[in-house]
Design a protein around this ligand. Structure first.
Ligand SMILES: Nc1ncnc2c1ncn2[C@@H]1O[C@H](COP(=O)(O)OP(=O)(O)O)[C@@H](O)[C@H]1O
Ligand SMILES: [Mg+2]
Length: 446
């Protein structure tokens, strides 16, 4: 069969890789892809926003199955449009995509369905946001509060403000995004403290199948310092969530979410991504990791009572979580796609390689502020084949050498029996690769 993957980053390279391993795929197209993806797929120069062209391409090239990587095309209704023409496509429709495309829609949905999440207010103007931040509703002058823009903002729409003065700055800053629809509404949220975990699943409208839990690292600097990025590394490891915690997440978050979607008329089909904060249930908050005020490490007893709180939904695979997750997938991805479309995920056993995985992102000089591109990448030929390299931002120069073409350039992914081994393997492989100004975090998974 012929498949079309939509997107051009490391996530899409990993998705194309899963299709490449499938026994049932003859031909992979990727719109628009990158130089690494071009080694396993035919890249087609159509952007994700250009749904009419994608539709035409899929029809003209007998595409049997389309897989959407990112949120942009989903929020524009690509699934509705392909579906209306009888084309098979994996992803939620436009209504269900609002769980990611509008944070106020998502928060209202969580409250309607009693899903544990931080208290919030959503307002339409900067003035109202400023009034609420002054009102004491989210604490005093020195209390932290989270300020969010409503719409899709590529990870740039959230500020965790340490105090009221910072919150005021954040409200004004998000207002300056105005003109872009992302800042039309502003959300103020209670600040939660704890450990973040990402839990992704395949969903067929009713049934779901969990993927291994993952953790990402968003800041550019070691020890989670400096500006936010698209993601500098991820791990998957079973110890991120205990069996009891997973059970609790299923009962308190996943089941009410899928039922809520179905009841409200947009059954969720595709990949659902939960951004979770595991909060100390004893004190109601402050389990110790991200709070400056709490110098006490959490006790073992408190650890066992972590309450899962939902920070956000994403309606697609994460980048770079996908790279760490899909290298562990044993089941043929086409079988999973078929089950998602047929509503039979409950009947498909999905298996994963045991153990852990790690992805180290290698970024350009100057990333994230001013990434420099065009540097020749050295050392790719030295890598062993127990390492996967996912290209995020590469192209080829006139000498057919890989060169950097964006801020995030490569993801180096390994799997092993345990996390430490996976990290050691990935970091050892990283040592082979170099270009002028290459940067990466040395503390992924620590
Ligand atoms: N209520 C909250 N309390 C504490 N931290 C939060 C809260 N909401 C978001 N954050 C932090 O901000 C990050 C980004 O927020 P999120 O809602 O995931 O938006 P996005 O991923 O779309 O930027 C989270 O990963 C988390 O670190
Ligand atoms: Mg997030």
């Amino acid at each position: 069969m012929n498949t079309l993957v939509i997107g051009s980053g490391g996530r899409e390279h990993a998705i194309c890789g899963a299709f490449y391993r499938s026994k049932r795929v003859l031909k992979i197209y990727c719109a628009s892809g990158n130089a690494g993806i071009a080694e396993i797929a035919e890249c087609v120069n159509i952007e994700p926003e250009n749904i009419e062209e994608l539709l035409k391409f899929a029809k003209n090239n007998a595409v049997d199955l389309t897989f959407v990587g990112g949120e942009t095309a989903l929020s524009l209704g690509i699934v509705d449009k392909f579906g209306a023409q009888g084309l098979r496509i994996i992803g939620p429709n436009m209504s269900a995509s609002k769980l990611e495309a509008s944070k106020s829609f998502a928060k209202d949905f969580m409250f309607r369905h009693n899903i544990p999440t931080a208290k919030y207010r959503s307002v339409n103007s900067t003035r109202e946001a400023l009034e609420i931040s002054q009102s004491g509703e989210f604490g005093g002058e020195e209390s932290p509060v989270v300020v969010k823009a409503d719409g899709l903002a590529s990870g740039k729409g959230v500020v965790v403000a340490e105090n009221r003065a910072e919150a005021v700055g954040a409200i004004n800053q998000l207002h300056n995004l105005a003109g872009k629809s992302a800042a039309k509404k502003i959300i103020l949220e209670e600040c939660l403290f704890g450990r973040e975990v990402s839990l992704l699943m395949f969903a067929d409208g009713e049934n779901f199948a969990l993927m291994p839990p993952a953790r990402d690292h968003k800041r550019i600097g070691e020890g989670d310092t400096g500006p936010n990025t698209g993601g500098m590394g991820t791990i998957t490891d079973s110890t991120l969530l205990s069996a009891a915690q997973t059970e609790q997440i299923i009962n308190e978050i996943i089941k009410p979410t899928l039922k809520g979607c179905a009841d409200e008329g947009f059954p969720f089909r595709g990949i659902l991504f939960l951004g979770l904060m595991m909060v100390d249930a004893v004190s109601g908050q402050r389990s110790g990791v991200s709070s400056k005020e709490n110098s006490e490490p959490p006790s073992a007893a408190a650890n066992s009572q972590l309450q899962p709180m939902l920070l956000e939904y994403n309606v697609r695979f994460g980048d770079p979580e996908t790279q760490s997750i899909l290298v562990r997938l044993k089941t043929d991805i086409v079988e999973i796609c078929d089950a998602i479309l047929a509503g039979t995920l409950d009947k498909l056993p999905i298996s994963w390689h045991e153990g852990s995985s790690a992805t180290i992102v290698l970024a350009s000089k100057g990333y994230p502020e001013k990434p420099q591109t065009g540097a020749v990448i050295h050392g790719l030929e030295k890598l062993q084949n127990d390492i996967s390299i996912f290209h995020a931002g590469t192209s080829k120069n006139e000498n057919e050498e890989f060169v950097t073409s964006a801020g995030r350039v490569l993801g180096v992914t390994s799997t092993a029996d345990n996390l430490q081994e996976a990290l050691d393997k990935a970091y050892k492989a990283v040592k082979n690769i170099s270009w002028d100004g290459m940067q990466y975090r040395r503390d992924i998974g620590k």
